[in-house]
Every structure is written in C-alpha cells, then in structure tokens.
Write a protein that binds this ligand. Structure first.
Ligand SMILES: Nc1ncnc2c1ncn2[C@@H]1O[C@H](COP(=O)(O)OP(=O)(O)OP(=O)(O)O)[C@@H](O)[C@H]1O
Length: 307
C-alpha cells in the first residue's frame, strides 16, 4: 500500500509480530510524510499493537520498519524516538502520583526540543491547570495533559492512539484546532487511531483500514468518499441471471438483494457502474455516497470472504 507522489514517514515491509491469540501482519505499507493518516479498524484489530511495534515497545518478529528514515531496532538505536510524540491509549499508572507539571518535567529530560512555552500554551488552550495530581483528574482532563506533554517538543511525527477518548465536545474542538495548527508548517506527520468518524472526516488526508491484524487498504480520504457509492437498481422484469450480470458491474465491492428484482450495489467506480446497470436493463432507483463505516464494513466482508 503506497501513497503516491509523497515522501514516506513510515515504511513497513512485511512487518509481523505474534501474540498467543493474535497476529499482526505481515504488513506492507507506506505512510506519507506531511499528511494526516487515520488508522481505522474494529476493536482488537491491532491498531495499538502496531503503534507499540513502531516504538520498539513490542519486538517486530519479521520484516522491517523504518520511521523518519531510521530502522526500528536498527544500529542507530532509539534516537528516532526524540523526533516522535506518542500518546498511548491508556494512562500510565505509575504516573498517578505526579502532577501534570512533574510529568512534563520528566518528559522534558528526554526531548532536546522540549519547549516549556509551548507546553503552557497547550495547557491554556485545553483550559487546564498543570499543578494538579494526575490521579485526581477526570479522564478527559488527564487526556488533555497527556496531549500537551506529547506535543510540547514539537515532534516531526505524532502518533496518537485514540486521542479524543474522554474529551468533551469543547475539548475535542480545541484538540482538532491544535492538531490542525500542528500540521500547518507542512512538514509534520500525524498518524492517529480513532473510531470517531467526524474526527477522520475533519482531519485525515489518508485512511489506513485494518482488520484482524491485516491492512485492508490505504486510501486517500477525499477520493474514497467521492468514489464509493451505493446504487439501488431494479429490473422490473426480474429475469433469471440478473444477479450474475450484476457481478460484472465495474468497481463492484458488494451486492445484496433488497427485494424481488431490487439490488443494492456497493461500487467504487460509480459512473461506470451506473452506466453498466442501465445498459443491462436495470433502472437506477438511487445513488448515494457511502459513509466511512459502511465502506469499512464492506472491505471487512470482502476480506472475510477471502479468508
Ligand atoms: N500484550 C499482549 N499479549 C497478548 N495479546 C495482546 C497483547 N496486547 C494486545 N493483545 C491482543 O492483540 C489484539 C489487538 O489488540 P490492540 O489493542 O492492538 O487492538 P486495537 O485495534 O487497538 O483495539 P481497540 O480499538 O479496542 O483499542 C487483541 O486481540 C488483544 O487482545
């Protein structure tokens, strides 16, 4: 899976790792630099595992991963990590007794580019006080602090695992604004795992779909939303062989019978698909753009059928 015409921030070549009951990969894909890529997949599909593998927190058992031009587990060691900001899905329990500022002071030792002014600005935009103990904070408030700490060294690459988990709508909006501002210089890369479709629509340039540890595809978001459509067609004569003919619809991704002679098609070549249906005696009753969750369901159905 490759995004064309852009530099690569993360290159995965045959990356694989195995737990007792779960296998991630082999994954082959290139995540573009200077863009926002959303990793989207059902619970347990391997999004957090992939992040951990990228950070060397779980050993990659086969294949190679390059981040910002450095090999994960390679001879340059962990130097690449100072150029990354990583927000884990869950808070670290051992930090419970720290205040936000103490956590920030700890983090500042690791990052040569740490910027206190930037940290304080982020806290202000999230409307949060850095003197409070992390264990005494609500889930959303703690998330805001973690985001501020993750972004304070102005990393080249931000890896965020469900960043908006626990945020109220105002904080969510502030987070989107901060992430958009972060991307403004044009040379930063943001990769986030999220289940929030609105977040993907507003932020993402690319979407990486994942299911059961395997990549289903890397798509340019605007193109994906433009191309994927549901077409409802009817053949009033309802002749034998209708279903077989529809199987040859250009760009067909899925088809279900919605009634006698009525079919719901999912296609990613909408104009050609519609024309084919008309040429083959079907009346087109409706054409609708597909929502991201429906596209994901369709890709998962296809993948499951192949297994
Ligand atoms: N340390 C581990 N040991 C064994 N299995 C693990 C471990 N960590 C994760 N898993 C398993 O790996 C699979 C993928 O989990 P992961 O947390 O990566 O999924 P996810 O896509 O991030 O899910 P969610 O959307 O629910 O956060 C799950 O089946 C999980 O049970």
């Amino acid at each position: 899976m490759t995004a064309t015409g852009t530099e690569v921030a993360i290159a995965l070549r045959g990356v694989k790792l195995q737990h007792e009951r779960f296998t991630l990969g082999p994954i082959q894909c290139e995540i573009p630099q200077g863009m926002v890529t959303a990793i989207v997949g059902p619970n347990g599909s391997g999004k957090s595992t992939l992040f951990r593998a990228l950070l060397g927190l779980e050993p990659i058992q086969a294949g190679e991963a390059d981040i910002l031009g450095q090999r994960v587990g390679g001879p340059q060691g962990e130097a690449y990590k100072s150029r990354i900001g990583f927000l884990a899905e869950n808070p670290l329990q051992y930090e419970n007794s720290m205040t936000a500022d103490e956590k920030a002071r700890f983090a500042s030792c690791w990052y040569p580019n740490w910027d206190w002014e930037r940290y304080r600005k982020l806290l202000r935009s999230f409307d949060i006080d850095g003197g409070q103990k992390l264990s005494k904070l609500s889930k959303g408030s703690r998330r805001k602090i973690e985001l501020a700490v993750t972004m304070a060294h102005d990393p080249e690459l931000l890896l965020l695992d469900e960043p908006s988990s626990g945020l109220d709508p105002f904080a969510w909006k502030a987070m989107l604004e901060e992430l958009q501002r972060y991307m403004e210089p044009g040379n930063r890369t943001l990769v986030l795992a999220t289940h929030i479709m609105e977040e993907i629509k507003r932020l993402a340039d690319y979407i990486l779909f994942i299911n059961r540890g395997r990549i289903l595809g890397l798509y340019e978001k605007d193109r994906l939303l433009d191309d994927w459509r549901t077409i409802v067609v009817q053949n009033e004569a309802a002749v034998k062989g209708d279903a077989e003919r529809l199987q040859r619809t250009p760009g067909l991704q899925g088809v279900t019978e919605a009634g006698p002679g009525v079919y719901r098609l999912e296609v990613n070549e909408p104009e050609q698909g519609e024309a084919y249906c008309r040429e083959n005696g079907f009346q087109v009753l409706a054409v609708q753009r597909m929502e991201l969750e429906d596209i994901l369901s369709c890709l998962i159905r296809k993948e499951e059928a192949r297994r």
